[in-house]
Design a protein around this ligand. Structure first.
Ligand SMILES: Cc1cc2nc3c(=O)[nH]c(=O)nc-3n(C[C@H](O)[C@H](O)[C@H](O)COP(=O)(O)OP(=O)(O)OC[C@H]3O[C@@H](n4cnc5c(N)ncnc54)[C@H](O)[C@@H]3O)c2cc1C
Length: 317
């Protein structure tokens, strides 16, 4: 449950060395490393405890789990390991930050934190189609990650929604498993780069339906059909498929930092040391990574941010 506070009562203050925003793989890996450095990090879990991993039924590509691991189970293991060394997880969300001076001020619903370093691991959210059936069938035929879920669609028919680089790249990747991949795109022209688009068009397993949208997703336990609507003729028809992969972009969770940290296309800019444009503020995981978007890469960035925050404190205290 989210912590709350009466509007008129001043928030209690807490001084910490390391505050971590986000309880996904990046945040919890940063917590493990800073906890082992005896910095007693505090993790604000945010609205989605465990992050995107908690939406994932089975993870088969995180090393150390030859028989796969459940998403929520992996989150619990990450958290327990970090807490074993002194990290604290708080079920609260940052609503305001002031990065103009150290200690940085981070206000959550229940507490005002003053922190010597800040590790931002607030992730990104895949954009949704917002059509009936999408939520119901997520994890049961609807996916936002080809690298993660393609393997489950061996010899199946798949629909990919989108017209950008991700749709072409992930669509082509999915042809390794699927019988065929049909790309549904709302326009005639594609945002994807020339090379990726041509490669997709040359792929014998890929077909294209343009000027068309998916209106709803239907099935019985798992996805069976989508309703397609031709935007030029208004014609609607059912289309049989086993899976719907949606690649219409990601929204990085960076609104809180607008005007305070350097960003590119909405993502936080971080160097190879996970340092942002403000010394003492680090960014890790999908909030700063539009490219890899995996549990392992996000956790790796979290570990790097944790190590670097520790070095920063050593150098500055
Ligand atoms: C359906 C699905 C299946 C996937 N399957 C796989 C897979 O099989 N293998 C794989 O490697 N990857 C998979 N991924 C991708 C993987 O889950 C992500 O790459 C990874 O979770 C990103 O980690 P992160 O810590 O950067 O961010 P996230 O997991 O997005 O976590 C962000 C965290 O930040 C918190 N937060 C946001 N705003 C605030 C705030 N203001 N204050 C405090 N906290 C905040 C959220 O509550 C959340 O805890 C999948 C993703 C999805 C959506």
């Amino acid at each position: 449950m989210e912590a709350t506070q009466d509007k008129n009562t001043p928030l209690p203050q807490e001084q910490v060395k390391v505050l971590i925003l986000g309880s996904g793989p990046a945040g919890l890996a940063a917590a493990l490393y800073t906890a082992r450095a005896q910095l007693q990090p505090v993790v604000l879990a945010g609205q989605e405890y465990g992050g995107q991993v908690s939406l994932t039924h089975t993870i088969e590509n995180y090393p150390g789990f030859p028989d796969a691991v459940g998403g929520p189970e992996l989150t619990e293991l990450f958290r327990k390991q970090a807490e074993h060394f002194g990290a604290k997880t708080v079920f609260d969300t940052a609503v305001k930050v002031d990065l103009s001076q150290r200690p940085f001020k981070v206000t959550s619903y229940a507490t005002e934190y003053l922190t010597d370093t800040l590790i931002i691991a607030t992730g990104a959210t895949p954009r949704h189609l917002q059509v009936p059936g999408e939520t119901e069938f997520t994890g049961r035929g609807v996916s936002y990650c080809g690298t993660c879920d393609g393997f489950f669609f061996k010899d199946k028919d798949i629909v990919v929604v989108g017209g950008g680089d991700s749709a072409m790249e992930e669509g082509a990747f999915l042809t390794r498993f699927a019988n065929n991949v049909t790309v549904i795109h709302r326009r005639d022209d594609f945002r994807a780069g020339e090379l990726l688009l041509q490669r997709a068009k040359d792929n014998p397993k890929m077909k294209f339906i343009t000027n068309t949208v998916v209106n709803k997703i239907e099935g019985n336990g798992t996805v069976q059909t989508v309703e397609l609507e031709n935007l030029q003729t208004g014609e609607k028809q059912p289309f049989t498929t086993d899976g719907v992969f949606i690649f219409i972009g990601h929204t990085p969770n960076t609104q809180l930092f607008e005007g305070q940290l350097e960003m590119e296309a909405g993502y936080l800019v971080a160097n190879r040391y996970m340092e942002t444009s403000v010394p003492g503020v680090f960014a890790a995981g999908e909030v700063a990574d539009p490219h890899f978007r995996q549990v392992i890469t996000s956790a790796g960035m979290g570990a790097a941010a944790g190590i670097q925050a520790t070095r920063f404190l050593e150098a500055n205290e």
